[in-house]
Design a protein around this ligand. Sequence first.
Ligand code: MGD
Ligand code: MGD
Ligand code: SF4
Ligand code: MO
Length: 874
Amino acid sequence: MAFKRQIDRLPIIPADAKQHNVTCHYCIVGCGYHAYTWPINKQGGTAPDKNVFGVDLAAQQPAETDAWYPPSMYNVVKQNGQDVHIVIKPDHDCVVNSGLGSVRGARMAEMSYSEARNTQQQRLTDPLVWRYGQMQPTSWDDALDLVARVTATIIKDKGEDALFVSAYDHGGAGGGYENTWGTGKLYFEAMKVKNIRIHNRPAYNSEVHATRDMGVGELNNCYEDAELADTIFCVGANPLETQTNYFLNHWIPNLRGMTSDKKEEQLPGEEHPPARIVFVDPRRTVSINAAEAEAGPENVLHLAINSGTDLALFNAIFTHIVEKGWVDKAFIDASTKGFDEAVKANRMTLQEASEICGVSAADIEKAAQWIAEPKADGKRRRTMLPYEKGLIWGNDNYRTNAALVNIALATGNIGRPGGGCVRLGGHQEGYSRPSDAHVGKPAAYVDQLLIGGQGAVHHVWGCDHYKTTLNAHEFKRVYKQRTDLVKDAMSAVPYGDRDAMVKAIVEAIDKGGLFAVNVDIIPTKIGQACHVILPAATSGEMNLTSMNGERRMRLTERYMDPPGRAMPDCLIAARLANNMERVLRDMGDAAYADKFKGFDWKTEEDAFMDGYHQHEKGGEYVTYARLRAMGNNGFQEPAVGVEGGPAAAGSSQGGTTTGAQPGMVVGGPAIEGARGKEPVQQADTNAAAASVSDAGTERIIGTQRLYADGKFNTPDGKAIFKDSVWRGLQAPGKQAQKDKHKFLINNGRANTVWQSAYLDQENDFVMDRWPYPFIEMNPEDMAEAGIKQGDLVEVYNDAGATQAMAYPTPTARRGETFMLFGYPTGVQGNVVNAGTNELIIPNYKQTWGDIRKISDAPRNVAHLTFKPKEYRSA
Ligand SMILES: Nc1nc2c(c(=O)[nH]1)N[C@H]1C(S)=C(S)[C@@H](COP(=O)(O)OP(=O)(O)OC[C@H]3O[C@@H](n4cnc5c(=O)[nH]c(N)nc54)[C@H](O)[C@@H]3O)O[C@H]1N2
Ligand SMILES: Nc1nc2c(c(=O)[nH]1)N[C@H]1C(S)=C(S)[C@@H](COP(=O)(O)OP(=O)(O)OC[C@H]3O[C@@H](n4cnc5c(=O)[nH]c(N)nc54)[C@H](O)[C@@H]3O)O[C@H]1N2
Ligand code: SF4
Ligand SMILES: [Mo]
């Protein structure tokens, strides 16, 4: 399908174009990019002194040249009110991606708001309120006054437990340390909101409680470890599509044998056999296909387990490794406790696991060998054990997570080069908030409380539960009813009468209604139910800090204006706090009003200095000026000091004062870690991790690997082995659903699509490919049900129903499907039941349903290819 970019030539980036540091705002990997901007009436030239690349562009460029860019990296945007050309292209000097883009990140420019080129015209430009029976634009003052009046009235009358909040806690777009601090300070410091949930799960908790309880923070290694590993044991993840450039730039080189020099240099005196990789996934992914093509099938093992049986597999591998004596006894003795108890409790034979998991005992044994059998030279294997949503959103999250960490601890694979038992990650991370201790454990199951009629006001920040929550069908049905009650009440009030409006809203709430406020960058699905919508600026339209999957922290510099009157989320939170203070004072409650002081931030940098700089571990070393100077390589958290100097004052545009002195002692004492982040006992300080961008400026010293000294995050520094006994499908309703329905409705992501397609839905490239969410099906299953490729099918069970487009997939097992999650034209979460684990971790992946055809392929499917997604090596 041709792309409709309406462009036949692109301007050359002039030599004097402004250059901004950019960390891709999509996935966890956090690839480095540069945004180049220059005036609309200028162009560069082919002569070396006329273009930013400094090369003669009139000559043929070599194949791997950096001196080019495709149309997706180009746009015309506003900067300080003026139209400027913009090119956002990958940074070859960034150690994360070494110049690679991905099908998502390489489209950042064309996904930007452009009035000149009509891209992302869906972006919200002004606050909206429900008025005269529809959403109407208004001023910030008007919108915030209404939100503050209703919210203040409710928390005074009913208490803060009547205010429900949904808020992202991640990095990148819709997150970052600035914005999580903004919402955190509002809801956890000014107020003590308990009924709060995170963007991707229906409660305020950890995705990986178990590993944290064991003293092992989940992002404990560095990307280089994937290059040094002898074996990668990858669980429930599809890194080619979901952590793309980490996989391509750090795993594939190892699988191809290209990192042997690095191994020899960093790990001398031991054997470096060809790297091996094990994938644990019920489905054959393109990552497995790619690994086979690059490493040779003999070095790849796919354990296609029955959905939700990882725990049994891990316990059997653990048992086998112990029986064979392939454990790291010195490490276990020095750095852990609870080993013998765990060995006893978790005992499972290869045969028992084989029956539960549906893979052969021989393959399980082979996996154990690849993980832990000593190398020919007698040395221990270096094994990295990464995992993501197939485990996290899988059956029995807590125990399964623990069982995997047990294997890593038993084999001494944490805190050492080539090791790590790590989340691969979803978004970048940007968690910086005051204590959430008042929330409690288990935290409130917010969605079910809302469905049950509780809550009076709901503030929704940068998440769209209509597309991405579990039990979504029921959630939407009730949410609409409750918010409609308030809408109808609002429509009955004469214009201009604010007091009457607040009174009507409160009366409707008392009848079971819900007043909803949505802070987002686009009109969302849940926004259709809301009464006030507040327009946020996003990454690149504000300065934003975050860290990636190896704790690498960077600053994305503001390179363009936000649309219309959109504001950074942290400043929206601040202005909301200011309004709360004013309204509460009006109401005569000065003491309550005083709690909303401390939000006089003017810029996102003010929020950063108030939050991260003051509260996070090592934050005192981190300022915008220093981050700017550190460029796209940044440093790996936690910061442990600063070296070099003089201070990079010249590079600070914000003019911030810093708490640290130039040339501060390396390895100075770190302040207390803030909640939610994993404090670190001891750091493997590595100056190389803190790479330089400008010679002669200060460098923040980072931490390449956690727990390198064998001390873990527990009071006595010992990591804790855990009991993790297999107990079948744990979440309520899952086993019954499985027994009742024909198909596994496995679900997750695709390379081209970012999350709920909030930007993609307005992008031809993506919508041409996926007008509807695909559901991968075995061709014989399709034939049996009379379904052809591209047909629309209904997926249904007792939890709800949804729609998808059938995609014949020869590698899909009979009775097992895989559906794209969170899509605007078909929400997989509709058929996910409400069952969670004891700590309210959702179990999206274990879903079963029936499938029936409802329509032949519609017109907008006619051009699609239905070729298998696999590729073959040459
Ligand atoms: N069935 C099923 N459900 C799942 C999952 C699954 O695997 N299967 N995965 C879960 C996971 S891991 C995740 S992360 C969630 C994702 O769930 P969500 O977080 O709800 O979805 P997103 O699409 O990431 O983004 C939500 C909203 O953030 C807005 N946004 C983007 N940038 C900004 C910004 O700068 N400021 C503000 N205020 N808003 C912004 C977008 O416009 C979008 O509307 O889904 C979860 N749900
Ligand atoms: N292209 C792209 N990349 C993304 C995102 C995106 O939207 N698009 N989102 C980002 C986010 S927020 C997240 S959280 C990550 C998620 O990254 P991943 O976890 O890699 O992605 P998913 O596709 O959700 O699920 C991974 C795999 O889990 C498998 N799985 C299902 N059930 C089981 C099971 O019982 N056991 C095991 N072992 N595996 C199982 C699925 O078959 C699937 O292949 O991706 C990030 N990267
Ligand atoms: S791999 Fe992730 S961070 Fe890198 S360019 Fe792609 S979406 Fe962005
Ligand atoms: Mo996620």
